[in-house]
Design a protein around this ligand. Structure first.
Ligand code: PEP
Ligand code: MN
Length: 349
């Protein structure tokens, strides 16, 4: 992978499918004017649910994709699902490949692709499988690693999910986060296939950036409404430009950033110190109450009092902008520790 691809967030943009020479060349030229865009996507073989749908232009499309690369200067990436696709993509100078969500679910297909890529320098981006199965995703990386493919990256495109949701593919953010904890690979978020519609793209992309993604894949088409595939989720290059301006790109490397982060962290350390002192004082007072209860033969747990405390704190917390969940979790833990302490006092003769 060229080092510059990940020097900032890697933005991959381009149409769901390469449809015609003019469509891909015009889209690529417009995208090349957006400085954040580093890689041009274009689907050549489209995995479709129904047999009569548009299945991509095949080899003819690869010639147009190569022309779009020459005209725009953008390197290209396309989806491959068979060894023959890999061979053809290489013949037409495609710069990087991605393995689609439907292919990743099939270990036989994945192994064939890994064998066909043996020792290759070409970067391979691996989408998550359609099902929320982290091990299957990781297994795909392992098959490519064993085949000596060194440059690998992950693409999070969401999961088929049984619950109703506004997303086309439910994000389940914890899965890609766990993937990057277990494997040191860059992570791209394919917001287009997660969202399935234009409206959700911006907030979802921001969430991905906030969670420290390494880049975004966004489907862009010169005339999105006329797109032959995924029309509802594609945006124009102009809309992408606006989106780039609206997004807050965060720094992943906290030690290199501004001095005010050090100051803020100092403040957090001071507050934590105060919290610890207060907690110790509270436990001390609780121990004195324990002594009183023992002398007067009163039970440790006083349910009414506890319910009252919790209700009061939730109300005060609400006024302070703290959620009921947080207040409950924190005070239940404190109350539990306090009960333990008083129980020990009761037991001691
Ligand atoms: C695509 O990127 O156009 C595509 C088919 O994606 P996925 O494999 O994530 O469904
Ligand atoms: Mn698509």
């Amino acid at each position: 992978m060229p080092n510059t691809w990940f020097s900032k967030s890697l933005i991959i943009a381009g149409p769901c499918s390469v449809e015609s020479e003019s469509q891909i060349v015009a889209t690529a030229q417009a995208l090349a004017r957006i400085p954040e865009v580093k890689l041009l996507r274009g689907g050549i073989w489209k995995p479709r649910t129904r047999p009569d749908a548009f299945e991509g232009r095949g080899e003819e499309g690869l010639a147009w994709l190569r022309e779009a690369k020459q005209e725009s200067g953008l390197p290209t990436i396309t989806e491959v699902a068979t060894p023959n696709h890999i061979e053809l993509a290489m013949k037409y100078d495609v710069d990087a490949l991605w393995i689609g969500a439907r292919t990743v679910v099939n270990p036989f297909s994945v192994q064939q692709l890994a064998d066909a890529m043996r020792g290759s320098e070409v970067p391979v981006f691996i989408k998550n499988p359609v099902s929320p199965d982290l091990r299957l995703w990781i297994g795909t990386f392992e098959r490519f690693q064993k085949a000596g493919v060194k440059t690998l990256a992950a693409i999070h495109r969401g999961f088929s999910y049984y619950k109703e949701s506004p997303y086309r593919n439910f994000p389940l953010w914890e899965i890609p986060i766990e993937l990057t904890r277990q494997l040191a690979v860059p992570l791209i978020t394919d917001v287009s296939h997660i969202c399935g519609n234009r409206e959700l793209l911006l907030p979802t992309a921001q969430k991905a950036l906030d969670l420290a993604t390494d880049g975004l894949m966004i489907e862009c088409h010169i005339h999105p409404d006329d797109a032959l595939t995924d029309a509802k989720q594609q945006i124009t290059p102009d809309e992408l430009k606006e989106m780039m301006a609206a997004l807050a790109f965060r720094s992943k490397h906290s030690n290199g950033v501004a001095r005010d982060l050090a100051e803020l962290r100092g403040e957090i350390d001071d507050i934590d110190g105060e919290l610890l002192q207060l907690l110790a004082r509270r436990m001390e007072v609780s121990a004195q109450i324990g002594e009183y209860k023992k002398r007067n033969n009163v039970t440790v747990v006083q349910l009414d009092r506890w319910k009252q405390i919790l209700a009061d704190h939730i109300e005060t917390g609400h006024d302070l902008g703290l959620t009921a969940e947080l207040i409950k979790e924190v005070f239940e833990a404190i109350h539990q520790a306090s009960i333990e302490r008083q129980r020990h006092i009761m037991e001691d003769e």
